[in-house]
Design a protein around this ligand. Sequence first.
Ligand SMILES: [Zn+2]
Length: 149
Amino acid sequence: MVYLFLDFKFRQELCKIESLKEKATRKKAGKFFYCANCHIEYEEEDSLVHNYTCPECGESLSLKDNSEEIRQTDKDIEKLREVLVEVNSEIEVIEAKDQKTRNRKMKAEQRKKTKERAARKKEREKIANKEKKKIVAKKSKKKIKKGKK
Ligand SMILES: [Zn+2]
């Protein structure tokens, strides 16, 4: 249960990192414009289409400096990476523990099997010995018969 939860968390963190990375790349590559009135950000293409005015209020857009946001995004990515590594080490601890339990179970199973096999071997030997005695008895009987002839 814990394993599944952590595995899920790991994937979730990975997804977050990927989307943040994509965001950072987008912000680094493109120019963005901003309406100070509506607090809305527009991509360059959209701004161009609206002649660098806000489609909501008509105010002229200003070029937005995204360097702070990019830095913050990079920081967030760094943090998420640390979480990811931590979750991974938690998973590894659990996996190692599970492996030990499994090994112990396997050893217990092995011992049980060995015991069972030993018991079966004893039983088999007992039966085989009985049968051997019968064979020997039959043979000696035959010998006696032969001797009589
Ligand atoms: Zn506006």
